[in-house]
Design a protein around this ligand. Structure first.
Ligand code: ZN
Ligand code: ZN
Length: 410
């Protein structure tokens, strides 16, 4: 494998398909030290495509960790408003976001969970008004992965840093179709197959979905006017298309925030807030989590659920075939972007406006009435696997099998 050659192809894919870059656009590039070679290549290509300015939003794991370990308590109770203003100013000035995600899944393992939760609440509150820019597609945005030695080591604990990084890049190029002759063309083809299933599900307008798997027996109602979406999104007002996640294999919609009942067992480790949560189980009644457990990280899950009212309700239902290219690697990536695209999943918290016919126009009151969930969080967790079946039930009671033994049957 030629890393440099593939980086060039990866950069082109992220700009062309991920962000749908147009002349005159600007870029916010979120990255860390591992992203510099890719960021330089992205910038070369972006300016050639007519981008006016690339702004780097640089982060560093060691510095983040230093803050959680050493900063005074008061540091976790205030978020400088001017930093949120900066992002808002950028979004209002034709800046679009490319987030290169290089997580160390266990960065905050040793940190007092109370500090993590205090900071999550403080920053979520201070940036809540920014969520609409991405969640309502007022800007183009794309989240893509970037390997880091810590991440690579946690996926391949038996290899040294260099070998682990090379192996992880290999899987990333495979899952993002960068290893194919023309990745941009491969994504156009992939988009067509997602649209085909999306159209099928939208035409059915199911009243509810039935989930069955070991530990799972769940009825999920869908609001009237819900929309299934897969692959590309459309920027509000301008109509540019972009791909919010690379890779993406899911077709997702909006569950009814007040009409979910039964039991649900997660099937993969969830990596969130620098911690791992394992073996999650939930009991839902009238859309709300009324009981839950986890074999590891239950304190983090508790915090997540206690964020606000909507954190105990679902805001996304996503279908992914168990034979997706990412799933076929058989790897647990410990990175939600990858693991959620290998598995059917739900999200706790805020729903996407584009998953409802009028999702971006309704008032708060109307959203509630429609069953659209509101929250400061949106956290995906995986429930898919080879034993999952999903059946759609129409208003008149007709049943249609959607997934059997984890795979599409539509
Ligand atoms: Zn999703
Ligand atoms: Zn999600």
């Amino acid at each position: 494998m030629n890393l440099q050659e593939n980086l060039i192809k990866y950069a082109r894919l992220l700009l062309k398909v991920g962000l749908g870059i147009k002349e005159g656009d600007n870029l916010i590039l979120r990255l860390d030290e591992n992203g510099l070679p890719l960021a330089r290549e992205l910038s070369r290509q972006a300016y050639t495509m007519g981008v006016h300015n690339v702004h780097l939003a640089f982060g560093d794991d060691e510095i983040t960790l230093a803050r959680f370990q050493n900063a005074p308590e008061a540091a976790f109770d205030s978020y400088p408003a001017f930093m949120a203003d900066f992002s808002e100013g950028a979004y209002n000035n034709n800046y679009h976001l490319l987030a290169l995600n290089a997580p160390n899944p266990e960065l905050l393992k040793e940190v007092d969970p109370k500090r993590i939760s205090r900071w999550q609440k403080t920053s979520a509150k201070a940036t809540e008004h920014l969520m609409k820019y991405t969640m309502e597609n007022r800007v183009k945005w794309c989240v893509a992965a970037l390997p880091s030695p810590a991440w690579a080591r946690s996926v391949f604990p038996d290899l040294d840093d260099d070998a682990a990084m090379e192996k992880l890049w290999g899987y990333i190029f495979q899952a993002t179709r960068v290893d194919q002759e023309d990745p941009v063309a491969a994504w156009e083809e992939h988009q067509q197959s997602l649209v085909k299933r999306q159209n099928f599900l939208n035409a059915q307008q199911f009243d509810r979905l039935l989930y069955k798997a070991p530990g799972t027996d769940l009825v999920v109602h869908l609001p009237k006017g819900h929309l299934w979406i897969g692959g590309a999104s459309t920027m509000q007002g301008r109509g540019d298309t972009f791909m919010p996640n690379i890779p993406t294999e899911e077709i997702f919609s909006m569950p009814h925030a007040y009409k979910v009942d039964g039991t649900l067992a997660s099937t993969k480790t969830l990596s969130t807030r620098g911690r791992l949560i394992e073996g999650m189980t939930f009991v839902f009644k009238d859309g709300k989590v009324v009981d839950f457990d986890a074999t590891q990280g239950k304190d983090i899950l508790q915090d997540l659920l206690d964020t606000d009212e909507g954190a105990r309700r679902l805001g996304e239902v996503a279908l992914v075939s168990d034979d997706s290219p990412i799933s076929k690697t058989g790897l647990l990536f410990k990175n939600t972007l990858y693991d959620e695209n290998a598995s059917c999943h739900f999200a706790l918290g805020k729903a996407y406006g584009e998953n409802h016919e009028r999702g971006n126009e309704m008032t708060a009151e109307e959203k509630k009435e429609a069953g659209m969930n509101e929250s400061m969080i949106h956290v995906d967790f995986m429930v898919g696997g080879p034993e999952l079946s999903v059946i759609g039930v129409k208003q008149d009671g007709t049943k249609v099998a959607i997934l059997e033994q984890g795979n599409w049957v539509i």
